[in-house]
Ligand binder design. Structure first.
Ligand code: SAH
Length: 199
């Protein structure tokens, strides 16, 4: 999808923009897998997950190609109060090294960005995330699963593809069956949750 199309998706409420943080990421914070530190939300959309991380004590940067999404995210963060510190920016997650130095983050999250990337973009993106995470830093990714029936929505991702893309650069802790919360016909499409540590 072209970057212009992503911005147009936010003219109305897109199916993924559910107005609350994704339960899978809330659980990672609750279980202490994501702890306070410097966190990046890649493809942050209107910022629900980033704001949740900031509330949990992280210093957060959120990046998205859609100026409309980032505009909404900034408005929500302001409404969340002065203790919520987030740097939201319009930018390309395939060029993270243009905005952030090596090892800038303890944690990176990805809620529905990886599955939206084209095949040839996926390894580029993995290298970019690897570069901006500190050694041992955590990468947590939620993507549409090949166990989800139907053709609608984003392309389904297999466990094998997650392994092939990330194992060269990360230690994979687990790839778990999970789900998205969504505004689509299926409210809980099947997802994989990747937990990995930067090698
Ligand atoms: N994480 C958000 C949005 C998921 S939809 C949420 O959970 O609600 C995928 C998002 O990735 C969209 O907001 C889209 O604008 C953004 N996106 C797509 N390609 C991108 C890229 N190359 N760099 C940064 N953001 C991108």
């Amino acid at each position: 999808m072209l970057y212009r199309d992503w911005d147009e998706a936010y003219l109305t409420r897109p199916p993924w923009d559910v107005g609350v943080p994704q339960p899978a990421f809330v659980a990672l914070v609750k279980d202490g897998e994501i702890r306070p530190g410097r966190a990046l939300d890649a493809g942050c959309g209107t910022g629900e997950n980033a704001i949740m991380l900031a509330r949990s004590g992280c210093t957060v940067a959120g990046i998205d190609v859609s100026p409309r999404a980032i505009g909404e995210a900034v408005t929500k963060a302001k409404a969340a109060g002065p203790h919520v510190h987030i740097d939201f920016m319009v930018g390309n997650a395939l060029e993270l090294d243009r905005y952030f130095g090596p090892g800038s983050f303890d944690t990176a999250i990805d809620s529905g960005l990886f599955h939206a990337l084209a095949d040839e973009e996926r390894p580029v993106y993995a290298r970019q995330v690897h570069r901006v995470l500190r050694p041992g830093g955590g990468y947590f990714m939620l993507c549409f699963s090949d166990q989800q029936p139907g053709e609608w929505g984003p392309r389904r991702v297999s466990r094998g593809e997650i392994e092939r893309t990330f194992a060269p650069l990360f230690r994979i802790n687990y790839i778990r069956d999970s789900h998205f919360l969504s505004n689509t016909r299926d409210r809980h499409p099947k997802a994989y949750l990747l937990s990995a540590a930067r090698a």
